[in-house]
Write a protein that binds this ligand. Structure first.
Ligand code: CA
Length: 227
């Protein structure tokens, strides 16, 4: 899943984006309010983590601007003051949740997971596709009882396909949600990762779950035929 982190303090931004990437999220960084608004015009984010104290436009204003423009992306506000008035202002501006600085990184990731816990396939932090199970808290993948070690990016790709299991997902959509703005649209990175994932999750003896639809994209699920 792809996140936009809006934070002007360099050290905080560095720590947060590093931690979130380790949790397998693709992270873009914006350091001002207008920068954040521009990035949401260009990219499709699954979640926005928005600091309130920003130079120029503050987080409340950014949040209101995005909601007025029709963006429904979940927004988690980071507030400096733990005051009722500021929490009310945050929720009134259209934020879905808020966290008061300083916060524990574990609490931030728990709230991020909660806000991303949308769609019918995800219950109790687990996705299941036939005998393949993804635990989104531990980021563990098993097929039957076989634990499948995945790299952070392999896991992120698999979770994205699992969220929309049974649906063909195009390369553009995958790059939008699994990679950050450094992704090169002319690279064959997605194919490379799909091949790696397929080797790991679909052993020769098992039902194939990761399929290619030539010219369309990829689909995770039990299908009768494959291209
Ligand atoms: Ca700030």
């Amino acid at each position: 899943m792809r996140l936009l982190l809006v934070e002007d303090e360099a050290e905080a931004a560095r720590m947060l984006s590093k931690g979130l990437r380790e949790q397998t999220y693709a992270v873009d960084l914006a350091t001002t309010g207008p920068d954040a608004i521009n990035k949401t015009h260009v990219n499709q984010y699954d979640l926005i983590i928005l600091d309130v104290m920003l130079p120029g436009l503050d987080g409340f204003t950014v949040c209101r601007t995005l909601r007025r423009a029709g963006h429904t992306t979940p927004i988690l506000l980071l507030t400096a003051q733990d005051e009722v008035a500021s929490r009310i202002k945050g929720l009134d501006s259209g934020a879905d949740d808020y966290l008061t600085k300083p916060f524990d990184f574990g609490e931030l990731t728990a709230r991020v997971r909660a806000l991303l816990r949308r769609g019918p396939a995800l219950t109790h932090n687990t996705f299941q596709v036939a005998d393949l199970k993804l635990d989104t808290r531990k980021r563990e993948v098993r097929r039957r009882d076989r634990l499948i070690p995945l790299t952070a990016k392999e896991y992120a790709l698999l979770e994205f396909l699992a969220r929309q299991q049974g649906t063909v997902i195009g390369r553009a959509e995958i790059s939008e949600h699994v990679w950050d703005e450094t992704y090169d649209p002319f690279s064959n990175l997605i194919e490379v990762y799909i091949q790696r994932l397929r080797k790991k999750i679909d052993l020769p003896s098992e039902t194939k779950l990761l399929h290619t639809r030539r010219g369309e994209g990829y689909v995770l699920g039990v299908l009768a035929t494959d291209d």
